[in-house]
Ligand binder design. Sequence first.
Ligand code: A2P
Length: 357
Amino acid sequence: VVPEIVLNSGRGMPVLGMGTATYPEPPEQTVFEAVVHAMELGYRHFDSASVYGSERPLGRAISFAIEKGLIGSRDELFITTKLWCTDMHQDHVLPALRHSLEVLGLEYVDLYLIHHPIRLKGEKKMEMSSDDILPVDIPSVWEGMEECQQQGLAKSIGVSNFTCKKIAELLTHAKVLPAVNQVEMHPVWQQGKLREFCQEKGIHISAYSPLGAFGAFWGSNKVLEAEEIKRIAQSLGKSRAQVLTMDQCFLLKNYWIRALRMFQFFGTHHYIVLIRIHFLHGQVCLRWAFQQGVSFVPKSYNKERLKENMEIFDWCLSAEDMEKLSLLPQERFNLAHPLVSPTSFYKTHADYWDGEV
Ligand code: A2P
C-alpha cells in the first residue's frame, strides 16, 4: 500500500504517482495499457498535463478500470493535470480545465497545477521557444485557478516549476495557498532551499523526474548512473536462505534465486533457496525522495519497472547513506534552454530560475 500525505487543502495524496510526461508522445494504446497495468499493481495517483497528450488514454484507462472492477470508483484515484502556458490568462483557465476534464472524461481533477510560470503564444506543444514568450500576470491566472477550486472542478490547486521568488510573489496576492509545487527533484538536484521555503509556507513539494528523466530531452542518465547510487544499491542487496514452495519461488521471479536442494516437506515439494534481493538504482532514488518527505511521480510505461518503483516502502536507506547522497554534486537538468537567449526576456538560465541554478 502506498502511503498518503495530507495537503494543505485537507485532501490526501498517495506519495507515489505514475508520471506520464513523454516526448515524443507514444501511441495512446501504450499509455492506456501502462495505466491499466499500474492500477492492477496498486497505483492510484496519476500525473498528467494537457500538453503531454496523456489525458485521453488516462481517461479511457480509468473508465476501463471501473468497468472491469479494477477499482471501485473514480474517488479512489488521485488525478493531476496542468494548465499549459498557452492558456496562461485569467479568462482561459476555467475553459482549459473544462476541456481537460472533457478529454479525461471526469467531473473533477484532484489537483490542477500551473505548469510553468510563463505565458506562450501559438499552439499547445511541448517544444517551447523564446520567440513565443508573452507578458504574464500570474496573480490573475491564480484567481482563475481559485475559481476552478470554488466550482469543485479541482479539489486542490497548485503550481509547478515555481522558484522561491515566484512563490513569495504569488503569496502576496493568493486567497488560496497553493497545495503543491511540483518541481524537478532527485539526488542530483535536491532543491534544498526551495523545499525549506515551501515547507515553511505549508506547500507540499512533489518531485518530477525523480529518476533524472533519462531518455527525455530535458533529462540525463547522471542520476541512475551515479556511482554513489550504484554503490548503495549494491550494498543493500542481501542474501538469505529460506524454505519455499514451488509457487513461492515463481512469485519471487524478479529476485535472483538459487535452489540448493529440493526435498519433501509435509508431502509437497519444497526448495531451500538462497535468495538474493537486488536493489535497483531507481529504487534507491525513489526511496531517497520518500525519506525526504516529498511525493514523486516517476514515469514508466514498462511493466517490470512500474512494479519495481512500487517496491520501496518496506525497507529504508540508513542515515549514513542519506548523508552520502546529500553530498552529491548538484546540477539542474531542466534549464528551460529554449526560453533563454541573449535577445529573449530571459537572458540567462539564472534569470529564468531566479538564481536557483
Ligand atoms: P521506461 O518508461 O522505459 O521505464 P523520470 O521519472 O525521472 O522522468 O524517469 C523516467 C525514465 O526512467 C524513463 O526513461 C523510464 O523508462 C525510466 N525508468 C522508470 N523507472 C525506472 C527504474 N526503476 N529503473 C530505471 N529506469 C527507470
